[in-house]
Design a protein around this ligand. Structure first.
Ligand SMILES: NC(=O)c1ccc[n+]([C@@H]2O[C@H](COP(=O)([O-])OP(=O)(O)OC[C@H]3O[C@@H](n4cnc5c(N)ncnc54)[C@H](O)[C@@H]3O)[C@@H](O)[C@H]2O)c1
Length: 560
């Protein structure tokens, strides 16, 4: 746990050769280009395997290959403000003359035509070097480390607490798995929610790294030790996070066999990708690495077999009273394909806990201090607390985050904000850049998992009340609207690897460089982005969204 003395400390560099960007030197022809270059550098500095350009989500890459990366960097350094860099699946393909109010970068990543959008086709095309999986915030240069998902995970735990545990997770046991780029947020989110959380991770290096950066308290010697630590913490109603090294497809059934039932159970291994993500039981990490080249089909069969055991154990825990939820990794889909007919008895977190927020376009909104100065985030935290004291979700979160969430890479913050509030904050920050309160420009982005930005029928849009789960018009409309609203970077991504054919989403980045032009871009882009989010849910028929549209004068045209 951090204390006053360690608040707002810069992150330590994680990988040799991938320094955290920052400082005053502008290497490009303007701050907007420089900002995007720093964000590209940042995703690699906090990525899981930057030597291979991999940022997170198994195979989510910042650029197609090193040649593509080199040209992107050179182009960002030399391009003018009235040009637009076009990137197709991580590869730069052109620098077009546009105008100073056009996006500087437009990307499309991993979009395959309907019937061709399968994992097998993706791997084939990826092997030929024709496509890459952008992992959403990896390819869009928006990833900020595990912090990116931490409030989402925390809010899920808190909604479960409210619904099932008298708003109190003290003395409660959460079981999960996966300590990768996103899953690594779980231990910290669990202890922030005051629970005792056990995470199963197959790769000891990943666990060691999460402990080193302050997201995890203990790595247990074995399962006995792990369960003892959890039991002790639960008895004392103390928050603790513990990792145990092992395969979740073996450890979850073992916990069932011992008759132990967690209060909450989920999983955040990279189960969406059976070749590059999920490690099947009985296989070492080296076995898996070799099989990726020699026999990926076998990995898919073995991975699915393991997921059947993994999900069967979760269902058994659910039957014994645990609150189970899917944390957005397609594990139920693979289990169903493997024959677990009840896999979808496990609810998805979006529908079960967060949809009321999405109806009001409240979602993960992030800001990054391009100067590298943690005090910039401190000042913005202060502003948020002063300006939005009645917004419980935000003020509670900022108070917790400022004490508990260590920075990774560029000092950054993520908080769930909605229509109007995002714009107001961004404009205030732009003014703080202009008047010198902050030591450099701030970049804003929001997650692809945002109200108007994602169609994913097994995660974001599962069980929409009008049945519009698979309609991908929304993210496309969103991206086009953001271009029309003069955003700095706009991207449309679809799923890669195991996500191929499962999703389409859009992303946006905006740079607050203190100028009047930035204020205009921020106002239009943020207002329109969240307006579309509310409209998407209002159009589906959600009352909360209709109310939000009415209360905030969002120009929704109700054509019913
Ligand atoms: N809920 C959300 O909003 C959200 C957001 C982002 C990503 N995701 C999804 O979460 C999943 C994890 O993402 P990530 O970025 O952490 O992936 P990652 O590839 O960085 O990490 C996955 C981790 O799972 C571990 N693992 C794999 N198989 C295992 C097994 N059988 N038992 C135990 N550990 C195992 C790996 O060693 C690795 O540490 C992905 O499917 C991703 O798409 C969800």
């Amino acid at each position: 746990m951090m204390n006053e003395a360690t608040l707002y400390q810069p992150a330590l560099p994680r990988h040799a050769g991938f320094p955290i960007p920052g400082g005053d030197e502008v290497r490009c022809k303007g701050w907007r280009q420089e900002a995007l270059l720093r964000l590209l550098e940042n995703v690699l500095s906090v990525g899981e395997n930057p030597d291979a350009l991999i940022v997170y989500a198994a195979l989510g890459k910042a650029a197609r290959n090193w040649a593509a990366h080199r040209v992107i960097v050179e182009t960002l350094k030399t391009m003018e403000e009235d040009q637009t860099l076009i990137i197709q699946s991580g590869k730069p393909i052109g620098l077009l003359k546009t105008h100073v109010n056009a996006p500087l970068v437009i990307m499309a990543n991993c979009n395959l035509v309907g019937r061709w959008a399968t994992a097998e086709n993706f791997y084939e095309l990826e092997k030929k070097g024709l496509i890459c999986w952008g992992g959403l915030t990896a390819g869009a240069w928006q990833y900020i480390g595990s912090q990116g998902v931490i409030q989402g995970t925390y809010e899920i735990f808190m909604r479960i607490a409210e619904r099932y545990f008298d708003s109190d997770l003290r003395g409660r046991f959460i079981l999960t798995a996966g300590l990768g780029g996103m899953g690594g947020a779980q231990p910290l989110a669990g202890t922030m929610a005051n629970a005792a959380i056990l995470t199963v991770e197959v790769d000891p290096d990943r666990a060691a790294m999460r402990k080193e950066i302050g997201f995890l308290d203990h790595i247990a010697d074995d399962l006995d030790h792990a369960l003892a630590l959890i039991a002790t913490a639960c008895a004392a109603r103390a928050a603790v996070s513990v990792a145990v090294i092992g395969n979740a497809a073996e450890i979850y059934p073992e916990i069932v066999a011992r008759g132990i039932t967690p209060d909450i159970v989920t999983d955040q291994t990279a189960a969406h990708d059976l070749v590059y993500g999920y490690v099947p039981a009985g296989f070492s990490l080296d076995d898996v690495k070799a099989l990726r080249q020699t026999d990926p089909a076998r990995l898919m069969v073995e991975g699915r077999r393991s997921i059947v055991a993994h999900v069967t154990a979760i269902l058994e825990m659910q039957a014994r009273g645990a609150i189970a939820f899917d944390n957005g990794n397609l594990i139920r889909t693979h289990a169903l394909e493997g024959g677990v007919s009840r896999a979808f008895d496990i609810p998805i977190f979006t529908e079960a806990y967060l949809r009321p927020l999405f109806c009001r376009a409240i979602g993960p909104f992030r800001w990054m201090a391009l100067s590298g100065d943690p005090q910039d985030i401190c000042k913005i935290d202060d502003f948020v607390l002063q300006r939005f004291p009645d917004n419980q979700i935000v003020s509670n979160w900022i108070r917790l985050a400022r004490e508990r969430v260590p920075f990774e890479g560029l000092p950054s913050r993520i908080a769930w904000l909605g229509h109007g509030v995002r714009t107001e904050l961004a404009l205030a920050v732009n003014e703080m850049v202009r008047n010198g309160t902050l030591s450099g420009p701030i970049a804003f982005s929001r997650d692809h998992l945002d109200a108007g930005a994602m169609a994913h029928p097994n995660i974001m849009t599962e069980n929409m009340c009008d049945g519009s789960d698979a309609i991908a018009d929304w993210p496309l409309i969103n991206a086009m609207t953001l271009c029309a609203s003069m955003a700095d970077l706009v991207v449309v991504h679809s799923g890669g690897g195991g996500y191929a054919g499962f999703m389409t989403s859009s992303g946006v980045t905006l740079i607050a460089d203190g100028t009047e032009a930035a204020a205009q871009r921020l106002t239009l882009s943020l207002n329109n982005d969240t307006s579309l989010g509310v409209m998407r849910y209002a159009d589906a028929g959600y009352d909360e969204a209709k109310d939000e549209a009415k209360n905030k004068a969002i120009p929704w045209l109700n054509a019913v």
